[in-house]
Design a protein around this ligand. Structure first.
Ligand SMILES: Cc1cc2nc3c(=O)[nH]c(=O)nc-3n(C[C@H](O)[C@H](O)[C@H](O)COP(=O)(O)OP(=O)(O)OC[C@H]3O[C@@H](n4cnc5c(N)ncnc54)[C@H](O)[C@@H]3O)c2cc1C
Ligand SMILES: NC(=O)c1ccc[n+]([C@@H]2O[C@H](COP(=O)([O-])OP(=O)(O)OC[C@H]3O[C@@H](n4cnc5c(N)ncnc54)[C@H](OP(=O)(O)O)[C@@H]3O)[C@@H](O)[C@H]2O)c1
Length: 598
């Protein structure tokens, strides 16, 4: 058994595996079958767009007044007193998650030690500090997802690591790289302003600090600011409520045992709810799952790491796995030749048919697990694969076979109101003791909680008013010595760590260049920024995908958006190659200002 798993592990090579999905096998049924399903996809999308023409404005992430508790840290409620800081560091990270940790290792490798993390939470970890909901774990294979496994000489305990293990790993990285020495926690950066005279960033915080830094790295996270749907009456609820990224274990009990006499509602059925529902289902007296759009749920198949496999891993094993991902699967020449014979339209048709076959397999899986037919039907997602973040779980669907678990299918409309006593959906009031909002996060925004003002007094969002403008999603012209991680215009990988690792390497190379060339500041030229904007536009792919998909954060809730306001779709390999090319041309792409002692 262990041998078979080890073998599978090496075959999968760490890439998240989907159950059989091959575009060239997309003709299992007559075309009318696929067309009919596509028609149903369109109807389900239109239904949702009609309910919510306001797009992304349906959400609120600026919590104040009665909503303030939704954003507060539920793990460390007491704020540790400390003196305000007015010092200067070489590199300052806004945020202390994977981005900061990975990049620190790369900065230290080129001799940069004067590094400070400023973090809103009370520790490092980022996503894995905040998201401690029961059942939280990564869904990208942990041997690929956890950063710095070679450097830390660590092999995760399971194929998919728990949030607790990932958080502890982050703490160990911070210790190894001595990040705690200068770090400031429970501190939110509120403004980051460039001072042309001193060539330093002035960083102010909600704790009254006024720090300065030569280089600032915005590592504020692709999904770290929780959001709530703007549902009427949220503040009126007399019971208890929280967002999944601020799980209240004081209320629930560490083992959720306090929920045994509680009626619980969870709103939302995205990747978070899919992981939390099975635990809530076991613990709560009654659980109501309020669903607006179902997730697609593939097989998870987690297993403990085989100690024999782990023992045999040789130094540099994670880097080798990463390289395999970058290289991609070996080219199947026959398949390539077959594909080359197809017209663009035919390729799209076959791809869509294969996509539909996969989604119908997801439907079949539901039918084979969920006993009640009406519930099974409600759990079936009607959209193309990848319109929404796919999920992987083996216990979510069986939860709905428990008599205490009730799916409230709002058929695209969503919860309409919160009352003093509970939740209203489909015109019915559900009285509950606890409401858990699994309604997600603001996505890939640069400068959350923070105002970034560049060289010409221009706030970064004003620089982006006619569309995002960056080089590699990392630098923006007019914002010298400032780097952005996990934002738009960068390549998107299912395993985001790969992208962060690449970005960290580039940032370390830029800072190293500045140091070696005695530059007080480096900025990119307008030409190189424009070149990348055009690269992003040219590689955006199928233009109407946003319109065809059911609304969600992947397509900006169905809003029309500019082609440059998204991820770079030219492929991860090409993204890396473009970055590598630039590494040898830094003299050409940077406008530098020499240090006064030069
Ligand atoms: C529940 C969950 C599970 C996920 N699972 C996966 C997965 O399996 N695979 C995958 O590839 N990706 C996953 N992701 C995406 C995940 O966010 C990234 O993988 C990665 O952890 C991002 O690291 P980061 O350092 O860029 O950002 P984060 O981990 O989000 O860290 C950013 C930090 O910046 C802090 N911050 C923000 N603004 C400020 C400010 N103004 N001042 C001070 N601090 C600030 C935040 O408090 C946060 O701690 C998941 C995301 C979530 C929410
Ligand atoms: N380990 C993992 O892999 C993992 C785990 C958790 C999260 N994540 C990451 O974090 C991202 C966010 O996941 P998330 O689940 O926290 O958020 P999410 O995917 O944005 O899901 C939010 C959910 O709330 C629902 N919703 C919003 N307003 C509603 C309303 N008025 N009534 C009822 N439902 C409503 C949405 O429905 P609609 O679909 O109709 O909009 C959706 O189901 C994921 O996509 C993933 O990238 C990863």
């Amino acid at each position: 058994m262990a041998e078979a798993k080890k073998d599978m592990e090496s075959k999968l090579g760490g890439v998240a595996q989907l159950s059989s999905f091959d575009p060239l096998n997309g003709n299992k049924h007559p075309q009318e079958y696929y067309d009919k399903i596509k028609q149903k996809f369109a109807e389900e999308r239109d239904l949702r767009l009609n309910y919510r023409p306001e797009g992304t404005a349906q959400f609120n992430s600026d919590f104040s007044g009665n909503l303030e508790h939704f954003g507060q840290d539920s793990y460390n409620r007491d704020v540790k007193a400390r003196d305000t800081l007015n010092d200067t560091v070489e590199v300052l990270f806004i945020g202390g998650g994977f981005s900061a940790l990975l990049t620190t290792a790369q900065l230290k490798a080129v001799g940069i030690d004067n590094i400070r993390i400023v973090e809103r939470g009370a520790d490092v970890g980022g996503t894995w500090y905040w998201n401690r909901y029961p059942g939280a774990s990564c869904d990208v294979v942990s041997y690929d997802y956890l950063p710095l496994l070679d450097e830390m000489d660590y092999v995760p305990k399971d194929r998919y690591a728990s949030a607790t293990e990932i958080y502890e790993h982050c703490q160990k990285i911070a210790e190894k790289y001595k990040l705690y020495d200068l770090a400031v926690f429970q501190t939110t950066v509120t403004s980051t302003e460039w001072d042309e005279e001193s060539k330093l960033w002035h960083v102010k915080t909600d704790r009254g600090d006024h720090m300065k830094a030569q280089f600032v790295i915005c590592a504020n996270g692709p999904m770290s600011k929780p959001k709530l749907a703007r549902i009427n009456g949220i503040e009126k609820f007399k019971g208890h409520s929280f967002h999944t990224s601020r799980w209240d274990y004081d209320y629930c009990g560490q083992d959720l045992s306090n929920l045994k006499d509680k009626r619980v509602a969870i709103i939302g059925t995205g990747a978070t709810a899919v992981q939390a529902v099975p635990q809530l289902a076991q613990a709560a007296k009654e659980l109501h799952v309020f669903q607006r759009t179902p997730s697609s749920i593939d097989i998870r198949n987690n297993w403990p790491t085989d100690p024999n496999w782990a023992r045999k891993l040789q130094s540099g094993w994670q880097a080798k796995r990463r390289q395999r991902v970058i290289d991609g699967p070996p080219v199947d020449e026959k398949k390539k030749a077959k594909q080359a014979e197809l017209s663009k339209e035919e390729k799209i048709r076959l791809q869509e048919n294969a996509n539909i076959d996969y989604m119908m397999w997801i439907h079949d899986r539901i039918d084979s697990i969920v006993e009640d037919k009406a519930t099974a039907d409600s759990l079936k997602p009607w959209y193309m694969f990848m319109c929404k973040r796919p999920t992987f779980h083996d216990e979510y669907l069986p939860s709905f076979n428990l008599p205490s678990v009730h799916l409230v299918d709002t058929q695209g409309q969503g919860v309409s109101e919160i009352t003093e006593k509970g939740v209203i959906a489909n015109g019915k009031e559900y009285e509950v003791d606890l409401i858990i909002y699994a309604t997600g996060f603001e996505v890939q925004k640069t400068g959350i909680y923070n105002k970034i003002v560049g060289q010409n007094g221009l706030e970064i969002n004003d620089h982006y008013k006619d569309g995002i403008r960056t080089l590699f999603g990392i630098q923006s012209q007019g914002y010298p010595n400032l780097f952005i991680m996990a934002g738009y215009q960068a390549s998107f990988q299912f395993n985001i760590t790969d992208v962060l690792q690449t970005q960290g390497g580039h940032i370390a190379a830029c800072i190293d260049y500045a140091r070696k060339n005695n530059c007080a500041s480096i900025d990119i030229t307008p030409e190189i920024e424009e070149w990348w904007v055009q690269e992003v536009i040219n590689h955006r792919g199928k233009t109407d995908r946003n319109k065809e998909c059911t609304p969600g954060y992947y397509n900006f809730e169905g809003e029309d958006n500019r082609r440059q306001d998204g991820t770079y779709n030219g492929g991860f390999k090409r993204y890396i190659e473009q970055i590598d090319t630039i590494k040898n041309k830094m003299d050409d792409i940077f406008v530098v200002s020499k240090a006064s002692n030069a």
